[in-house]
Design a binder for this molecule. Structure first.
Ligand code: URP
Ligand code: ZN
Ligand code: ZN
Length: 443
């Protein structure tokens, strides 16, 4: 398959140029202004007035995540359709073993679950406990599968979260293996205490979810993770940063020269905790961890993505239906945590970041694709429009205006935390490995 993209503006993280792009066998083989290919293309896209950008890379999604209220409502098939509809051609999900299960066995199981995924995918692998063999298991993830990132949780201590002594050992091990530690930063024991205290006092409505997870406990976890990573020389990637207090520690660590990367998500830039003031049915979609914060946090995060303190925009895509959320109608501790967003990441950042001039178009590409490609060792195959790179390309129509709605989205969920939000810009075509993904596939 040979695909020629004509008359577009190629936007990379470092520069934008007017040029045509020729793809063959899944790779970009020529880039030139007014390209006259020696070979005949099977398909030509006229990208006049469109941006030609590297396919989005979402470094943080949870498809088919088990919870006591059932699996998150997007599986790898429906979730990847939604991702494509939003211009994302690669995502990174998670391998979370059961207690006692070998990482290798858990990876094999998860790969089967992902076998109908329509886009490129990789995994962060979670060591959820310590055992003698774990160092070798971690090394094998890198050498056998090329999975270089390992996800640990400082919260959720009753099932997958790690105590500090284990966290320290995992950090040492990951550092020695040449990997990267991905971390959910919230102090689990303190949160558990607050949750149980609320429960004892009969404070069980959804309104207590955000109160049980204050931003200070995120920031203190961020500080602790950074300190431990420094002690063990372990490269660190902090997921879903939601609070301005956390940013202070991240920025100080970066200034000291420590390898610390940070991610935020559109919900923490655009939404705030007033969403929890509504009744259960109208608030349930927003129950996630960390919870939505204050407007000041939104503003601080916008500054942080613009000045480089935050490196990537993930979604933490983890939707649950209203019926699933209702498992916790009478006790907030039973509400499955998470919300969808894989479909809207690019358009939200474009509309509310680029069009408002908070970030440049090149930063938009860096935040949605290039930086994740570099951090997770996919660059320059991915995250770049260049000769020799993979032909994962989004043709971005910067004029298209619409509104987000659960009635029209491709995500498999009756809830959408961005319901009714206006957006401008959407993919005209999403191209994965040189193939235009037929729009009908995700209609
Ligand atoms: O509420 C959330 N974020 N659910 C997904 C799991 C996680 O903590 O990332
Ligand atoms: Zn998390
Ligand atoms: Zn997550």
């Amino acid at each position: 398959m040979r695909l020629l993209i004509k008359n577009g503006t190629i936007v990379n993280a470092d520069k934008s140029i007017e040029a045509d792009v020729l793809c063959e066998n899944g790779k970009i083989i020529e880039i030139e202004k007014n390209l006259k290919p020696k070979i005949v293309a099977d398909k030509v896209i006229d990208a006049t007035n469109n941006y030609v950008i590297p396919g989005g890379i979402d470094p943080h999604v949870h498809m088919h995540l088990p919870s006591p209220a059932g699996f998150s409502s997007d599986d790898f098939l429906t979730g990847s359709k939604a991702a494509l509809a939003g211009g994302t051609t690669t995502f990174i999900d998670f391998v979370t073993p059961k207690k006692g299960q070998l990482l290798d066995e858990a990876i094999k199981e998860r790969k089967l679950e992902a076998s109908d995924c329509l886009i490129n995918y990789s995994f962060h692998v979670s060591p959820i406990e310590w055992r003698d063999t774990i160092a070798n298991e971690i090394k094998n993830c890198i050498s056998n599968y090329g999975y270089i990132s390992f996800k640990v949780y400082m919260a959720y201590k009753s099932n997958i979260g790690l105590d500090d002594d284990v966290l320290l050992k995992v950090m040492k091990t990951v550092a020695e293996a040449g990997g990267l530690l991905v971390v959910h930063c919230e102090l689990g024991d303190e949160i558990e205490e607050i949750r149980n205290d609320f429960a004892r006092k009969g404070k069980l409505s959804h309104k207590y979810h955000p109160l049980s997870r204050p931003s200070l406990l995120e920031a203190e976890a961020v500080k602790k993770a950074i300190d431990m990573a420094e002690e063990t020389s372990c490269p660190l990637y902090i997921v879903h940063v939601s609070s301005s207090k956390s940013l202070k520690y991240i920025s100080e660590a970066k200034k000291r020269g420590q390898t610390v990367y940070a991610e935020t998500c559109p919900q923490y830039l655009l939404l705030d905790n007033t969403k929890y003031k509504e009744n259960f049915n109208n608030s349930a979609a927003y129950i996630m961890s960390p919870p939505l914060r204050e407007e000041e946090d939104n503003e601080a995060l916008w500054k942080a993505i613009s000045n480089g303190t935050i490196n990537t925009l993930g979604t933490d895509h983890c939707p649950f239906t209203l019926e699933q959320k209702s498992a916790g109608k009478n006790d907030f501790r039973n509400i499955p945590n998470g919300a969808g967003g894989v479909e809207h990441r690019l358009t939200l950042l474009y509309t509310y970041g680029v069009l408002t001039k908070k970030i440049t178009l090149n930063q938009f590409v860096a935040l949605t694709s290039t930086n994740a490609a570099k951090i997770f060792q996919m660059y320059p195959s991915k995250g770049l429009i260049e000769i020799g790179s993979d032909a994962d390309i989004t043709i971005w129509d910067q004029k298209k205006v619409s509104k987000i709605s659960s009635k029209t989205h491709k995500q498999n969920c009756d809830l959408n935390i961005y319901e009714n939000i206006k957006i401008q810009g959407e993919p005209r075509f999403t191209i994965k490995n040189g193939e235009i993904i037929n729009q009908s596939l995700y209609l």
